[in-house]
Design a protein around this ligand. Sequence first.
Ligand code: SAH
Ligand code: SF4
Ligand code: F3S
Length: 470
Amino acid sequence: MTDAGDPTPKPRKLHVKSFGCQMNVYDSQRMADLMAREGYTETARADDADLVILNTCHIREKASDKVYSEIGRLREFKDAAARDGRQMQIAVAGCVAQAEGAEIVRRAPAVDLVVGSQNYHKLPELLARSARKPVVDTEFPVEDRFDALTPPSRRAIRARGVSAFVTVQEGCDKFCAFCVVPYTRGIEVSRPVARIVAEVERLAEAGVRAVTLIGQNVNAYHGAAETGGSATLADLLYRVARIPGIAQLRYTTSHPNDVDETLIAAHRDLPQLMPQLHLPVQSGSDRMLAAMNRKHTREQYLDVIVRLREAQPDIAFTSDFIVGFPGETDKDFADTMSLVDVVQFTTSYTFAYSPRPGTPAASIAEQVPEAAKTERLHALQAKIREREAAFNRQCVNRSFDVLLEKPGKLPGQLVGRSPYLQPVHVMADRSRIGEIVRVHTTGLMVNSLFGDIIAAPPQEAPLALAGAGE
Ligand code: SAH
Ligand code: SF4
Ligand code: F3S
């Protein structure tokens, strides 16, 4: 540690910018916690920071390219700081760091440190070394980096709000033909149940009420159980649900092939488990699913949806879709469009296929022209938006349990989330942040609901969540 032996490290400022998925958000918070111990306080501004960390994403070309434009901007701040006699360090962390390593320092000499997604627990030591010359560390270490991390202070937890992400699983062994994650994050590793429970207990004691268990492939979770042997994600959910104060649970992101009977049962039996599931399917065409190496068919995916709906009729599904995967025809795309109608996803993320270096799909000769990708993307987005708007309209004039999370834009207003993650605005005193209240919704603006806190729920017919064709 740089400041070992120095009881009062001088205050320095840290700016962390997170790109990509929730795993990166979690890692960014852990980096901030670690550097807090070294005397760094967080700042929202990059220009007056002593250390800027870019926690990067490699998933698509656009995401990856952003890193270099960000570094360009930071270099100006760094030069300005140097003119004022102040040193600013720039660190690139996350998945681009893992994938490109030393190439980043070659292309952008302003960078002091490149630290891979598995090594950021060594940040203080690496930063000290980088004072002399740029350092690159992208090895996959043998030690568990989670064990080496600093837990957040109570104040940091409170500042982050009443809902939190907790990484329970990392990496992916699925090797979908388009995806860099197995290369940037490595093989699937699960944290032991006891460690996760300790982390959630700490969060709950500081006021956190909702927890989302996260992992690149979270339902492949198989961590060490507290009583020996290995626990499934469902076992973990039941255990975390017993922690006092934790009222709402979610998990993301799941793979359809790893939805087992225990997880389906958890959706039926566990009241804390929110009726919302992000279950990416990528395509509705069996031919594309095979080419993508998803290892499941359209029917198998639909079967999982049906079984989850039988267990929990209120469950709403969202997905990720890729259009323009190599070899995708109009017919394949039509299958994707029809799947959206069949499942009636409440919303979804859509992406145009982006060839990624080192992945099998990038070298397939039959790439889809950009114009066709864009056209399909727009058509799919229009369909998804239409369904999303219809779902949001259906959610007006109903009642939901809402976790009040933070102040709204108007004075006296708070914002919370519906079980389906829509923002819900109500008039309520700030002291009620962290409470779960019953809200009767009265209006809708774009994707936000508005409503009033009520005492008891009226009798209501169920939401229309299932599609016609299942
Ligand atoms: N582990 C999750 C998420 C992976 S990344 C899962 O298995 O679903 C998030 C999403 O990015 C993916 O679901 C996919 O839709 C999209 N994606 C991944 N690689 C991509 C690529 N090369 N081009 C376009 N979209 C991609
Ligand atoms: Fe990528 Fe597929 Fe793994 Fe998801 S399951 S992270 S899409 S390889
Ligand atoms: Fe991006 Fe890495 Fe997440 S590539 S999506 S930040 S796992």
